[in-house]
Design a binder for this molecule. Structure first.
Ligand code: TRP
Length: 362
């Protein structure tokens, strides 16, 4: 069996550089590596609704944004199947059967769910759908028999929960589902890229994100006002790297070839860091370099987005085709699942025979 990727994002906003280094960039590499038999990239609108039930319009408006972001980073619909979660009703059906294999206390212990309940002030009244989204996520993954799930570190508990469901299902009903592996970013800076203000969480409301679709002047503004080292007041002061957002972003984005191109006084990032720590290197110079590094990465993304923006009908067509193809695969898995659970009554000749016999008096 070949390796299969399934991953996705909630469409609650445009995607930013955190999504990019945390997952999108890797997906494109994996897509182009030729190592994978199939790649499914899902816009998780149904999951987004689990904590946006009162705002379906937000989700509806952001599906196209996420699709454009996907295409603009280089996900290629001829190599990867891009689809919309809610267009695959089989996923919901799988979730309903998996629910019987998971306890309430297990869901309560899921660290990501715990954290999100706090963040959303759901403590007093948690929507059942939200509470169960880890189970629905297990359906997303298993429906496509995914072997590999490239996601950010925050999704680790989801993968653990999914593996447990797979093991439980297979032990109760027989070997049916595939246990997936998580694929985390290999660069530490990419695991959780901070906001431009140095805060751990990137969010629209904090205004500390750089979006993939931001214009060059917006990116520059964010970079030039980035949080650095509060003790580095004069150029001659020694600077610190720990918690210094500019250097974290350089760790995530800079490549060896950026030095001869944009900052030939330094051979590599280590030399730049050394000088900064020694003192005598100003923040503005480093920020300008970071801006060039980011632009080198973002300019082609922006250009590709502009092309797709000219043909939105085509982008919807891509999603429709992808959803149709994804649905076929999920339907096969659902059929495997129902066969394993023996809830395939009309296809089960032996069962019907048995009952005919039982009532024919023989
Ligand atoms: N939970 C993911 C997020 O927050 C989105 C998602 C839904 C997902 N289903 C998935 C990711 C399955 C990987 C695999 O963005």
């Amino acid at each position: 069996m070949g390796k299969i990727i399934l991953t996705g994002d909630r469409p609650t906003g445009r995607l930013h550089v955190g999504h990019y280094v945390g997952s999108l960039r890797r997906r494109v590499e994996l897509q182009n590596s030729g190592e994978f038999e199939k790649i499914f990239i899902m816009i998780a609108d149904a999951q987004a609704l689990t904590d946006n039930a009162d705002n379906p319009e937000k989700v509806r408006q952001n599906i196209i944004e996420v699709a454009l972001d996907y295409l603009s980073v280089g996900l290629d619909p001829s190599k990867s199947t891009l689809f919309i979660q809610s267009m695959i009703p089989e996923l919901t059906e799988l979730t309903f059967y998996y629910m019987n294999l998971v306890t309430v206390s297990r869901l309560q212990r899921n660290p990501t769910v715990k954290n999100e309940i706090q963040m959303r002030n759901f403590e007093a009244s948690i929507p059942v759908g939200f509470f169960c989204y880890p189970i629905s996520q297990a359906s997303d993954i298993t429906a496509f028999k995914a072997t590999t799930v490239p996601v950010g570190e925050d999704q680790l508990p989801m993968l653990e929960q999914c593996k447990e469901i797979v093991r439980k299902f297979n032990s109760v009903y027989g070997e049916t589902l595939v246990e997936p592996d998580i694929l985390l970013p290999d660069n530490k800076a990419c695991l959780r890229l901070p906001g431009t203000d140095g805060k751990a969480k990137m969010s629209k409301s904090l205004g500390n994100c750089i979006y993939l679709s931001d214009k060059p002047d917006e990116v520059k503004k964010r970079v030039m006002s980035m949080y650095t080292d509060p003790e580095h007041l004069n150029i001659t002061d020694p600077g610190h790297l720990e918690g210094n957002t500019v250097f974290t972003y350089l760790d995530a984005f800079s490549k060896p070839e950026h030095f001869p191109e944009f900052l030939p006084d330094y051979a590599n990032l280590d030399e730049l860091k050394e000088h900064y720590q020694r003192g005598g290197l100003g923040d503005v110079k480093v920020k300008k370099f970071l801006n060039n590094v980011l632009e080198a990465e973002l300019a082609p993304i922006r250009a590709r987005r502009a092309e797709y923006e000219k043909d939105i009908a085509y982008v919807y067509e891509i999603l429709k085709k992808g959803s149709d193809a994804a649905r076929e695969v999920a339907a096969e898995t659902l059929s495997d699942v129902k066969n394993a659970m023996k809830i395939n009554y009309f296809d089960d000749k032996a069962l019907i025979e048995e009952h005919i016999k039982k009532y024919s008096g023989k």
